[in-house]
Design a protein around this ligand. Structure first.
Ligand code: SAJ
Length: 418
């Protein structure tokens, strides 16, 4: 089939490349001219394991082309951002614009698939009014579905293949055609339903995770006063066959879990109370982390400390800083007049004044290391090689370092929730 993929970000680009490498002719579209020119030269504008070789193959074979404008195709796949605005309501302008951008190219028999995570009823209320402008009968001449992506950054190519997919057709025939298309590379099962159910299912999955993490964060705060290590307690609870408590941390980042629950709060603020509270609990963790850091240093009598923040990405082993709690922790520490440096081996450039390019520079004269991201590079760090700190304190919010190793190297080790 010929496929036009609109949006070449963390989801659209891997998906486009997969279709191109599985027998389809794919045209990728993005409004970002720089991203388009980089991709056409086989350069990556995002980091994802296995993407480079797959992109090389797709471009070299001629199956994948890119530009800033859509073109005619059998199938159109929309994978654009659906962020929230400062007032926590959904911004569906990208979805609406991307849909409008393909309308001039639509022909009888085409299929339009939305992959972006959206508030329930977006296909119905935002996409359909745009698609109707093509003058085609939806359900007979034009097929529409929602096939929400479910992949986890860092493991996108494994999960694209092995995860089950929810296929929400505007009509059963739309769902059937969508299933058939994804069968090109998906080995997981396809579960067909209607579009609104698929929209809700996707948002529910991420909200379940957010509420579970909020529960873990609440337990982490509570455990301190009991003298219990919450990580040990959670591990033991999870030996129960029907219990799966998630992990506490310095906050919830990323463009999905910290965003999607707000779609449900917006839909029904009076009803979605637990969902709202979980969001607030998780959004409160960066301030809690900053306060914990300040009180540890205060209790140790360290005056005017410099804190080396380790980890800017929103989670381990990725280069993505979207909605990263690290930014809020840094902001809160700045508000407490704490001297800072910030280091992340996966983040090359950003607009944080305190960022250093080397670990040594970040640690120079620091009193504490504050680990916010569980990068393998931090887990594997050899504490005995650190010689330029003023005081040896390490605060681990992800429970990711080997305590005994750090203590043997002379560090005082503090763990969130212990
Ligand atoms: N986090 C915790 N504790 C945990 C797990 C995660 O504090 O136990 C934090 C992470 O550090 C990170 C944030 O939550 O800051 C989100 O990380 P994540 O690994 O839970 O999820 P994402 O945002 O990378 O990907 C999620 C996934 N959804 C689910 O697992 C239900 C993924 O499958 C979705 O495709 C993705 O959202 C998406 O695009 O919606």
């Amino acid at each position: 089939k010929s496929i036009c993929v609109v949006g070449l970000g963390y989801i659209g680009l891997p998906t486009a490349v997969m279709f191109a490498n599985h027998g389809h002719s794919v045209h990728g579209v993005d409004v970002n001219e720089k991203a388009v020119s980089m991709i056409s030269e086989k350069q990556l504008h995002i980091e994802e394991n296995g993407l480079q070789e797959r992109l090389d193959k797709a471009i070299d074979s001629g199956a994948f082309t890119v530009s800033t404008t859509p073109q005619k195709a059998d199938v159109f796949i929309i994978a654009v951002p659906s962020p929230i605005m400062p007032d926590k309501t959904a911004n569906l302008e990208y979805v609406r614009q991307a849909t409008a951008s393909v309308v001039p190219y639509l022909e009888k028999g085409n299929l339009v698939i939305l992959e972006s995570t959206v508030p329930p009823r977006t296909v119905q209320d935002v996409m359909l009014p745009e698609l109707e402008k093509a003058g085609l009968e939806i359900g007979t001449d034009l097929f529409v579905s929602h096939s929400p992506e479910r992949v986890i950054p860092g493991r996108v190519f494994e999960e694209l293949v092995s995860n089950d997919r929810i296929i929400g057709g505007y009509t059963p025939e739309s769902a059937r055609q969508t299933t058939e298309l994804y069968q090109s590379f998906v080995q997981g099962q396809m579960h067909e339903t209607d579009a609104t159910t698929a929209e809700l299912v996707k948002v529910m999955e991420n909200t379940y995770r957010d509420i579970n993490i909020a529960f873990a964060n609440e337990l982490a705060k509570l455990a301190g006063s009991l003298g219990v290590n919450i990580w040990e307690a959670i591990k033991l609870a999870n030996y129960h066959p029907r219990v799966n408590v998630h992990e506490p941390g310095p906050g919830v980042g990323g463009h999905c879990i910290a965003v999607d629950p707000w779609f449900l709060v917006e839909l029904a603020p009076e009803t979605a109370k637990m969902i709202h509270l979980a969001r607030q609990t998780n959004d409160g963790m960066p301030a809690y982390t900053a306060q914990m850091t300040a009180s540890i240093l205060d209790a140790k009598g360290i005056k005017d400390p410099k804190v080396a923040v380790f980890g800017l990405a929103f989670k381990g082993n990725i280069d993505d800083m979207r909605e990263s709690p690290s930014m809020d922790v840094i902001e809160a520490l700045r508000g407490r007049q704490v001297n800072l440096s910030a280091f992340d081996p996966h983040i090359k450039q950003n607009n944080i004044d305190e960022q250093t390019q080397s670990q040594e520079e970040a640690l120079q004269d620091a009193s504490a290391i504050l680990i916010l991201t569980s990068h393998n590079k931090f887990k594997d760090l050899d504490p005995s090689s650190i010689s330029n700190m003023k005081d040896k304190v390490v605060i681990d919010t992800k429970n990711c370092i080997d305590r005994a190793k750090w203590e043997a190297a002379g560090f005082d080790v503090y763990v969130l929730g212990d």
